[in-house]
Design a protein around this ligand. Structure first.
Ligand code: GDG
Length: 488
């Protein structure tokens, strides 16, 4: 029976992520929250019970702490909540955010974790801003946290936060999930000694730490061993006063949403237009402009395919959508210029008045266009040189209600560990890409169906709701697990 203030408030879920999942728009005297439709948002809603799923955590609205572009003055005195969420904005001064987010996060941690140390800048001002910003998130949490609340911290922007919470609120359960690849120790050790120590200590402040794959788990455990000297027993790190669980939780997608979209009239319209306008076979790719996505290597592979397969000229179109991202940064501008030139060169070499081999678009797509292309294409060509998971390949598979289409997938994407029925390629090997395109174009429908069915049933079973449920079950069952371990 609930009879104290503590009990009354126990079990709320607090998500802390870099960004709030809302666009906050002023309207008259008030504000409106426009909730984004990302997978994480609907997945965490399922934890409090959303009709389709039973509650995993108790409590009322989900509390979400995150950065917003809105100014403090603009939001002063406003209630930032809707039926499901209460938003708690963190205001980060512009100069701090520049060094924190653009700097430490995207100019150091991102390239290092994606195996591009040559793009990484080790700037002391970045590190100072990273600490300041993590502290600002902590201060916001301090204002709202109550006994019994479970805190779930997301990603590489907040690696110091779990330890800050542990020190001040040792009784609250804390989870941490890392969305990008955790690199091998040889990369991680490039960080200055103090930085890598505070990062590893920061992360193991959590009770449960999640990564996408067993490899990332292994690399992280090695970092803990090398940096702090703590060994592990399977997935557990035994500290003097507590146990931390480190495990893999491969993130997934809302399978049903993509599966159902196959029959959506807007999607059908997009699919029909694409099929009518384009050639006999369609290859599709979509990714944010980023060096980790392997866009230039993919173009090299497609060019090699064209070089070696004259019989396919005029019969295949490669629709390559690149979603604008960070293009005020010189490195990204250079990459964009190189992509533009390479596409131009390939189209000029092989195209003619009736046929352009690559249909290149630098823009984002609305949902119906995206699924229209997923379901119109014969091949999804997904070739990141490094990717934590990669959701696009899972969305492609889930959208294929017709069980047709071939997935060509990079072995460097976390998703490759689960989708072995795809044609798995090395994204740096253009001959491997070219051969796989040829193989995919010639693949009989029966074989496409066989492979697609297995991948679909795997994603259907472990969708994003199963993922959140799995992570939370681990947090809520910690005590029993610790008891078991003590008896071993
Ligand atoms: C991190 C990790 C990991 C993209 N363009 C359009 C569009 N998208 C959607 C896709 C997909 C998502 O964006 C991109 O998926 P990623 O897997 O690349 O995720 P990120 O958030 O970029 O990155 C990554 C992920 O976290 C989850 O843990 O998989 O490895 O880097 O959902 O559909 N959607 C629409 N139009 C577009 O133009 N509508």
């Amino acid at each position: 029976m609930k009879n104290t203030q503590e009990d009354e408030n126990s079990g709320r879920l607090i998500i802390v992520a870099y960004r709030l999942p809302f666009k906050i728009v002023r309207e008259g005297d008030g504000v409106n929250l426009f909730q984004n439709s990302g997978g994480l948002v609907s997945a965490v809603l399922s934890l409090v019970g959303d009709g389709a799923h039973s509650p995993v955590v108790s409590g009322d609205k989900i509390q979400w702490i995150g950065y917003t572009d809105n100014s403090k003055e603009e939001l002063e005195g406003q209630s930032l909540e809707n039926d499901s969420f209460k938003a708690h904005p963190v205001f980060i001064p512009e100069d701090v955010n520049e060094n924190y987010y653009e700097g430490f996060c995207n100019d150091l941690i991102w390239p290092l974790c994606h195996y591009f140390p040559s793009h990484a800048s080790f700037d002391e001002a970045y590190y100072q801003a990273y600490k300041t910003a993590n502290q600002l998130f902590f201060e916001k949490l301090e204002e709202i946290i109550q006994p019994g609340d479970i805190v779930w911290v997301q990603d590489y922007q907040l690696m110091l936060l779990p330890q800050m919470i542990r020190e001040k609120f040792p009784n609250n359960k804390v989870g941490f999930f890392f969305h990008i690849p955790f690199p091998s120790y040889e990369l991680f050790r490039m960080l200055p000694v103090e930085w890598r120590k505070s990062i590893v200590e920061g992360i193991i402040g959590a009770d449960v730490v999640g990564f996408h794959t067993n490899d990332y788990v292994e690399y992280f455990l090695k970092a803990v061993r090398m940096v702090l000297g703590h060994g592990n027993k399977l997935h557990y790190i035994n500290l003097s006063n507590r146990i931390v669980k480190i495990d893999s939780f491969p993130i997934s997608i809302d399978f049903k949403k993509f599966d159902k979209a196959y029959a959506d009239p807007d999607v059908i319209k997009e699919r029909t237009v694409a099929r009518e306008m384009l050639k006999e076979k369609i290859i599709f790719s979509v990714d944010r402009l980023d060096y980790s996505k392997g866009i230039l290597h993919r173009l090299d592979g497609f060019e090699r395919f064209l070089e070696q397969n004259g019989a396919w000229h005029g019969r295949v179109a490669f629709v390559m959508v690149v979603v604008p991202s960070r293009d005020t940064i010189e490195l990204y501008q250079q990459m964009k210029a190189e992509i533009d030139q390479t596409v131009g060169r390939i189209n000029a070499s092989y195209g003619n008045i009736n046929w352009q081999p690559i249909i290149y678009q630098y823009r984002s797509m609305v949902f119906a266009e995206l699924v229209g292309m997923y379901t119109a294409s014969d091949i999804a060509l997904i070739t990141p040189v490094r990717d934590g998971m990669n959701l696009v390949c899972k969305e492609y598979v889930a959208s294929r209600h017709d069980c047709q289409g071939v997935l060509i997938l990079s072995e460097m994407a976390g998703a490759a560990a689960e989708l072995g029925e795809a044609l798995i390629i090395n994204p740096l090997d253009k001959q491997n890409i070219a051969d796989s395109i040829k193989l995919a174009l010639d693949m009989p429908k029966e074989e496409q169906e066989k492979r697609m069915k297995v991948m679909r049933s795997r994603i259907r079973e472990y969708d994003v709701f199963a993922w959140t449920n799995d992570f939370f079950t681990q947090i809520t069952m910690l005590e029993q697990e610790h008891e078991k371990l003590r008896q071993v």
